[in-house]
Design a protein around this ligand. Structure first.
Ligand SMILES: [Zn+2]
Length: 465
């Protein structure tokens, strides 16, 4: 700017000899300076200058579609106003002309939902009246599913209403009326122990042991502060988990609490242990073998199960421009729709479109930390500037918006306004148990350890080979 002032004062000295060229030159300079300043300000996060993404095959992502299904499953769809069109609605895949499957949408009553299928209004009334004996329709909510079985004249034969897999009611036509009953559900919780060796991926390894990929997801969540499974795990690593498994009428329903888990990577000399300390609210949670809380101030990664496609590199030479254009963040290749979690507790300061970043999210944390998430597909409805978020809370979905050649998360961290390598952020222990608490924890840890050396585990391991 000093040269700029100099130009103006010179122009004033000579104004009587050569007034117009100097005036226009001065104005042009001022406009240029303002434009450059504005551009720099606007592009605070624009200097992402993404690297060429690595192909899925190179990243060894065989589990792509599985992972996509899994991450969707763990996502509360109701948080999002508009889901990507690519997410299939499984209720529309039915081709049986005598069967209608549907889902109650927001602001829709069951009556309207059924009427929209062109069903006989008198039938609908009869079904709903009969169902009122077993279903509390005040408790029903968007997302509840139903099935209508029809005869050749499109009259209702049977109606099934599901509030949850545990709460299913059926109304059936008997002569000219409908009779409703609740389906008897036998819920059983069993504590199981699973141990195995990593084959291709954690998902696949758990499935080879007869467990669902959902358990792999729980497992990864547990150690998310200590290991990035997408890049730090390898074939032959050993895992074990003690978990409650819930069945409904003998069929797998869901997993309950994970009580203990271990992960050992021989090649990397890494051994991780997690034990659930079941006590009062404040201290209950997962601890390592020495009583240090697994939860840290910062997550290891804001996305789970995605490989790094481009690391942080402040001295990166731009392949086209042939000069230093820093990559001031980490890129993770994830399918569109993968949930992004808040890196730490904090306050949203920006959530919206920002040039080459596409949809951008910025969260401010304590101690001068800021986390930045770019190329987002969609934000949950409640994510907007000023909103407080908790660590691990789903704050966005991975997308491919802005200047981006494939779905990925660009993630940056600033400390007091300066970019730092997110991979090097100190993941301090939150706290450690002491005194009586540590004593009680140690006792329960030993109880879990004993349960994990039980015989069924050996059988599980044998089955894995
Ligand atoms: Zn990037």
């Amino acid at each position: 700017m000093p040269q700029h002032k100099l130009t103006l004062s010179t122009s004033l000295d000579r104004r009587k000899h050569n007034f117009w060229p100097w005036l226009w030159g001065g104005i042009a300079l001022i406009i240029t300076a303002i434009a450059v300043y504005a551009l720099c300000r606007n592009n605070e996060y624009d200097r992402i200058s993404e690297a060429e993404p690595i192909s899925m095959a190179e990243l060894g992502m065989q589990e792509w579609s599985d992972l996509e299904a899994l991450t969707r499953q763990s996502l509360d769809n109701d948080l999002f106003d508009d889901l990507p069109d690519t997410i299939p609605d499984e209720t529309n895949t039915n081709t049986d002309p005598f069967l209608i499957k549907g889902k109650i949408s927001r602001n829709q009553t069951l009556f309207v939902a059924l009427k929209n299928h062109g069903l006989d209004v008198a039938d609908i009334h009869q079904v709903i009246t009969a169902m009122q004996d077993v279903v509390d329709f005040k408790r029903t909510k968007p997302g509840d599913t139903y099935e209508v079985h029809l005869d050749v004249d499109k009259r209702i034969l049977k109606f099934v209403y599901q509030i949850s897999p545990e709460d299913i009611s059926i109304a059936e036509r008997k002569d000219n009326a409908f009779v409703a009953h609740k389906v008897d559900m036998h819920k059983k919780t069993e504590r199981i122990f699973v141990r195995g060796l990593l084959t291709n991926s954690l998902y696949q390894s758990f499935r080879e042991l007869g467990e669902s990929g959902e358990l792999a997801s729980h497992f990864m969540q547990l150690f998310k502060y200590d290991i990035d499974f997408a890049s730090d795990s390898q074939r032959g690593d050993e895992f074990s988990v003690l978990v409650d498994k819930v069945t409904l009428n003998g069929n797998f329903y869901k997993y309950g609490r994970v009580w203990a888990a271990t992960y050992t990577s021989g090649a990397r000399g890494k051994h991780l242990e997690a034990y659930y300390y079941d006590t009062d609210e404040e201290y209950s949670g997962y601890y390592d073998a020495t009583g240090h809380a697994l939860k840290r101030t910062f997550l290891k990664t804001p996305v789970v199960g995605c490989p790094v496609s481009s690391p942080y590199n402040p001295k990166r030479m731009h392949p086209i421009l042939k000069r230093v254009r820093p990559h001031n963040g980490i890129d993770w290749a994830c399918p569109t729709g993968t949930p992004i979690m808040a890196f730490a507790d904090g306050t949203v300061t920006f959530a919206g479109w920002k040039g080459g970043n596409g949809n951008l999210l910025v969260i401010e944390h304590a101690h001068g930390y800021t986390s930045i998430y770019a190329h987002i597909y969609a934000f949950p409805r409640n994510i907007k500037p000023g909103v407080h978020v908790k660590q691990g809370q789903v704050v966005a979905m991975v997308g491919n918006t802005g200047i981006s050649t494939g779905p990925h998360l660009h993630f940056g961290v600033k400390i007091n306004g300066k970019y730092v390598d997110p991979a090097l952020i100190n993941t301090q222990y939150s706290y450690a148990l002491t005194g009586n608490r540590l004593h009680a924890f140690t006792q329960s840890r030993d109880k879990y350890r004993l349960a994990m050396t039980d015989k069924p585990a050996a059988e599980q391991t044998a089955k894995a080979k």
